[in-house]
Design a protein around this ligand. Structure first.
Ligand SMILES: Cc1cc2nc3c(=O)[nH]c(=O)nc-3n(C[C@H](O)[C@H](O)[C@H](O)COP(=O)(O)OP(=O)(O)OC[C@H]3O[C@@H](n4cnc5c(N)ncnc54)[C@H](O)[C@@H]3O)c2cc1C
Length: 583
């Protein structure tokens, strides 16, 4: 059994920032960070465009305007006190990152440069060219190592330990296995932070990396805790066609045009986006692209439109968005200096996740904190993004709430004893599970079930949804789940870096998360933010201005809900009371 005061699952921006905060503020505590990939290969490293903060280096900005943009962008579903913390803390965390060594791009006057992003009133995205996540994550991990944080890389967490403690049910640690050797180990702590990122791999076209399989969400659902607002899946407007990898919003921030087969900048043709054009929020822009494609105005009648940057000129393209150019060259054979890039919407971000309060403590269906359990980053739902996240607000969330989680964890465990735990049964269970997977004699390949799951999710729970498609999709998922349980076949029977075995466990996460997304989508009979129902095209505040909770009960998904926090209304009733969303 391996003991730490604090254990953090996930080495992306949220997990690394949290671990660093523990190490900085509580040097006497031992903090362990575990990750199934090397921490700086976490998906955060791929973040490109920027991190939002009202620094006022370009525009006369302030945190309340940032909060307003975020809440309006969320279609009024965000919890307003959480948005207050996010936007008020933003300028400080950017300065803090700079002090940790992050090299942000500069304006001519030497200040941190800031660029425009969709749905933001002012230019407030700070960036390091179009490699912002890379610049930040490297410094966080280097600083963590410098301060003696212990990192367990290439370990896979397969079960949370949630059992009776001194004062009722509590999280006491988790079971993990080493990808290198398949050795199973029990990790025990006074508190655990979940920071496992998103689930983009549930869909067949995604900007997310291969590790974004929603494991933390599945681990949490498996112990009977709810996941919140899972119906809100962000489809980013500009995935490179056909690969799906991201062409950052920074490209539109720098002035790119979206063009259809007629050569029109079609954003002008939609009332909701004609003012902000290409810098409208993502849910709106993705829907417009989907409509153009459905109406046969995709390029050559096909499944994509054009993103054109030629008018920016070679020099600006090479200095501001070099990575986007590289991606176009590498994956589509298109040099955007001379030709437009083919793009279409791609599954990108999870607005939903593990519900937490503003101190990052995980909460149950009764809104009470779960002892010893915290969450931060994309796997958490605070909720600062509500029904639709604005670009550059996720890196910000990871850093603001990662830091806050670390500070809270340090304080929380300071007067807590190490929980009592009998490892034998857990280890035996995990061994049986891994052996079971390897000895199962079925006909279904992982890739086959995964492809069918991804196609089902994309077809039945994509940008547009309705009751019939969702119900049919759920029935298909049940069949896939049965096939997984009875008929899965894993070729590799070895114990050294058995990636197939890991993919088999990840596939279970994808199936569970997919079912909760679909069930939550079915339960919300309105259109709000990224959740667009053909059969309920209007937002319905009377019935649905509330968060959805989806949880497993006896193996089936159930849903309930909880209220939205509207506390900023007391500061500014005009701006923070729900109103029709126009841009
Ligand atoms: C291509 C791309 C570009 C983006 N650009 C921007 C941007 O410009 N601005 C912005 O604000 N946001 C952006 N985002 C969103 C943002 O990058 C992510 O939401 C954020 O980085 C998520 O960070 P995280 O720490 O929550 O998770 P991640 O960085 O995804 O890290 C998850 C960690 O959990 C670990 N893990 C998962 N499961 C297990 C398990 N079972 N056992 C052990 N470890 C596990 C992984 O190994 C990894 O270390 C972008 C996203 C993508 C995909």
């Amino acid at each position: 059994m391996i003991d730490h005061d604090v254990l953090i699952i996930g080495g992306g921006l949220a997990g690394s920032r949290a671990a660093l905060a523990v190490a900085q503020n509580y040097p006497h505590l031992s903090v362990g960070l575990i990750s199934k990939v090397h921490p700086i290969r976490s998906h955060s490293v791929a973040a490109q465009g920027g991190i939002a903060a009202s620094l006022q280096n370009v525009d006369n900005d302030d945190w309340l305007t940032h909060a307003f943009d975020t809440i309006k962008g969320s279609d009024y579903l965000a919890d307003q006190n959480a948005v207050r913390v996010l936007t008020q803390s933003a300028p400080d965390v950017i300065i803090d990152l700079e002090h940790l060594g992050v090299l942000f791009s500069r304006a001519d006057n030497g200040k941190i440069a800031q660029r425009a992003f969709g749905g933001h009133t002012n230019s407030r995205a700070c960036y390091a060219a179009d490699k912002t996540g890379h610049a930040i994550l490297h410094e966080l991990v280097m600083n963590l190592l410098r301060l003696g944080g212990k990192i367990y890389q290439e370990w896979y967490v397969m079960q949370l330990i949630y059992e009776e403690g001194n004062n009722g049910q509590e999280i006491k640690g988790f079971v993990a296995y080493s990808l290198e050797t398949s050795e199973i180990e029990l990790f025990r702590a006074k508190a655990v932070l979940m920071a496992t990122g998103g689930y983009g791999r549930v869909f067949n076209t995604t900007s997310n990396d291969f590790a974004s399989t929603g494991d933390g969400l599945c681990l949490t659902a498996n112990i009977g805790l709810p996941l919140q607002d899972m119906e809100f899946v962000q489809f980013h407007p500009t995935g490179l066609y056909p690969a799906g990898v991201l062409i950052s919003e920074a490209v539109r921030g720098e002035g790119a045009y979206l063009i259809n087969d007629l050569g029109d900048r079609f954003m002008a043709n939609y009332a909701i986006s004609k003012n902000r054009m290409e810098l409208s929020p993502r849910d709106i822009t993705s829907r417009n692209i989907a409509c153009e494609i459905a109406a046969g105005r995709g390029i050559n009648g096909g499944n994509y439109v054009h993103l054109d940057v030629r008018h920016l000129g070679r020099e600006k393209i090479l200095s501001r968005i070099p990575f986007a150019r590289e991606e176009g060259l590498r994956l589509a054979g298109v040099d955007c200096i001379d030709s437009p890039l083919p793009v279409r919407p791609t599954a990108h971000y999870s607005m939903g996740g593990i519900p937490t309060n503003i101190d990052c403590q995980v909460i149950g269906t009764d809104s009470k904190a779960i002892a010893g359990f915290f969450a931060a980053g994309e796997c958490a739902c605070l909720s600062v993004h509500g029904a639709n996240r604005l670009g550059a607000n996720s890196l910000l969330e990871c850093v603001v709430f990662g830091k806050r989680a670390g500070e809270q964890l340090g304080a929380y465990v300071s007067d807590r004893a190490m929980p009592k735990l009998d490892p034998l049964a857990y280890i035996a269970d995990a061994e049986a599970k891994l052996k079971g997977l390897l000895s199962q004699r079925g006909n279904a390949r992982i890739a086959d079930i995964r492809q069918q799951l991804q196609d089902t999710m994309t077809e039945h729970c994509g940008i547009y949804r309705d009751d019939r498609r969702l119900r049919e999709g759920l029935a298909k998922l049940q069949v896939l789940r049965d096939r997984y349980e009875r008929d899965l076949w894993v070729d590799d029977r070895g114990s050294v870096f058995n990636m197939e075995m890991m993919q088999a466990i990840e596939l279970k996460s994808l199936l569970t998360v997919g079912e909760i997304i679909m069930s939550s989508a079915l339960s919300r009979e309105e259109s709000r933010g990224a959740h667009s129902r053909d059969d309920y095209p209007q937002r319905d505040d009377a019935k649905y201005l509330k968060h959805t909770l989806g949880y497993l009960e006896m193996g089936a998904v159930k849903t309930s809900n909880r209220p939205v926090d509207m506390s900023l209304q007391t500061i500014d009733r005009d701006r923070f009371t729900p109103q029709e969303r126009k841009y």
